[in-house]
Design a protein. Structure first.
Length: 160
């Protein structure tokens, strides 16, 4: 059996990345529609999820790192969530200025409602896909993410 050469694998990966861009856009649009009446956008929901899923309260910089996002963008969203009473800040025993971000009771209810709306949609989207297919896709995306993270850390000028 003939193995694909580097050029054809690169072309296939490029096609995959273009599909991922399209999928990301559709996920953002769908997420925005799903949670708009909760006062959320996909971006706000993503930050809210990072806060809710964290093992313990974290400062904005850690949330941004865990999300693979820009710290300034996460800070802006956290500030908006705070203004809406969805998150609050707590003292950080390790850093005087970098407050810890915590969900308020209102924030927890909004997050739980958003997840409750997503769960049946996720089941519908997963219909007809095997667990093996989903896990393989997740492994592939994780590998690509890790390689890109390594590239940006090892060769920061390579991404300019």
């Amino acid at each position: 059996m003939k193995r694909p050469d580097d050029a054809s694998r690169g072309a296939a990966l490029t096609d995959l990345v273009l599909d991922l861009f399209r999928l990301n856009s559709l996920l953002l649009i769908t997420g925005d529609r799903l949670v708009a009446d909760l006062g959320l956008t996909s971006a706000r929901w993503q930050v809210l999820g990072a806060i809710a899923q964290a093992d313990r309260p974290q400062p904005v910089a850690w949330l941004a790192r865990d999300m693979g996002a820009n710290r300034q963008n996460v800070q802006r969203i956290v500030n908006d969530l705070h203004a809406d009473g969805i998150v609050d800040f707590a003292a950080n025993p390790h850093h005087r200025r970098a407050k810890l971000v915590i969900l308020t009771e209102r924030g927890r209810k909004i997050y739980d409602e958003a997840v409750g709306r997503w769960t049946p949609l996720a089941r519908d989207l997963a219909a007809g896909l095997s667990g093996v297919e989903i896990e393989a896709a997740q492994r592939l995306m994780k590998t690509l993410r890790e390689r890109l993270e390594g590239l940006s850390e090892d060769k920061p000028d390579a991404l300019v």
